[in-house]
Design a protein around this ligand. Structure first.
Ligand code: 0X9
Ligand code: ZN
Length: 302
């Protein structure tokens, strides 16, 4: 098991995934999806109900695209904990769907926020002698670099030298494309600000199926509001936050054909990205209420 009274290092997170695979071999498997630039194992956990079907639709959830957004990593771990260790209460979510969860997309950045610079956002591949890292959420090849992304390698929103210049975004791309068709819901956890965002992030125009996305996001916001009173803002990324191209959400929706693609910006705590450890439990519980409601809506619709 893993606690929600501390933020865990990448090694502890990977060890938790392996522990679950060993304890629940019929329902859980762990894959090394690839390596980060600094050679860390980037793992996914595949959670099923153990009925042996291999053709199910998939909900794909990731977190930690941005290194400093620690509550997002914790949120993904709590989803894993619920689906695996509280399976009996959540089995409806796994009847016709498998969940694939990638809790730490950017482990190099995440470790760097623990060891060096708490507010680091990007990956860690050097670009020039003085500037490191690419904003992984500007590096996906869909309207790459067109808006809200910097071509300056020192910027916190550096788009990368080319689209998919980073091993970490290549790996998410390959997973998303491998799920094309079965993948019905892509959910990516970030912080902060209490938003449920759907495409597009590169233009203020809405995709023709925006209502499907709005319905799912609204189900999440309603469930959270009912449970705790916390308000989430629901809308398209560009319209309720800002335009920024090259995000994983637009890629999942626009290229990998996930019909629902949502970025969830979890609550702020402390200095925004830095909730105190005694806030983790209540934040991740509340987040789970929203994710469960969105998952139920997707399971009903697809
Ligand atoms: O700017 C981002 O990447 C996200 N906000 S954050 O504060 N976590 O950095 C929002 C991304 C929304 N999606 C797109 N613009 N595609
Ligand atoms: Zn983020």
């Amino acid at each position: 098991s893993i606690s929600f009274t501390a933020f865990h290092r990448h090694g502890e997170i990977n060890a938790y995934l392996d522990e679950l695979a060993a304890a629940y071999p019929s329902r859980v498997s762990v894959q090394v999806a690839g390596k980060s630039y600094e050679n860390r194992d980037i793992k996914t956990i595949t959670i099923s109900n153990g009925d042996g079907r291999t053709d199910k639709n998939v909900i794909f959830l990731d977190a930690g695209i941005h290194a400093r957004e620690w509550i997002a990593h914790a949120g993904a771990l709590y989803v894993i904990h619920q689906l695996v260790e509280n399976f009996a209460a959540n089995s409806e979510l796994l009847k016709n769907f498998d969940w694939i969860i990638l809790p730490v997309v950017n482990p190099d950045g995440y470790e760097y926020t623990h060891t060096d610079t708490r507010m680091w956002r990007k990956t860690r591949k050097p670009i020039s002698s003085s500037c490191y890292g690419t904003d992984a959420n500007r590096n996906f090849d869909f309207h790459w670099g067109e808006v809200g992304a910097s071509s300056y390698s020192c910027s916190d929103t550096f788009r990368g030298e080319t689209a998919f210049s980073e091993p970490e975004t290549q790996l998410v791309r390959d997973l998303l494309l491998s799920l094309s068709g079965r993948g019905k819901f892509y959910l990516t956890l970030h912080s902060y600000g209490n938003y449920l965002l759907y495409p597009w992030g590169w233009t203020s125009a809405l995709p023709s199926s925006w209502r499907d996305n709005d319905e799912v996001a609204q189900a999440g916001a309603d469930a959270i509001s009912k449970a705790t009173g916390t308000k989430y803002t629901v809308g398209s990324s560009t319209n309720v936050l800002y335009a920024a191209a090259g995000g994983s959400d637009d890629y999942a929706f626009g290229v990998a054909n996930f019909p629902v693609s949502i970025t969830m910006e979890l609550p702020a705590g402390g200095t925004g990205f830095n909730p105190s450890t005694n806030q983790i439990q209540s934040f991740v519980e509340e987040t789970w209420v929203g994710i469960k409601a969105m998952g139920q809506k997707v399971v009903e619709k697809y």
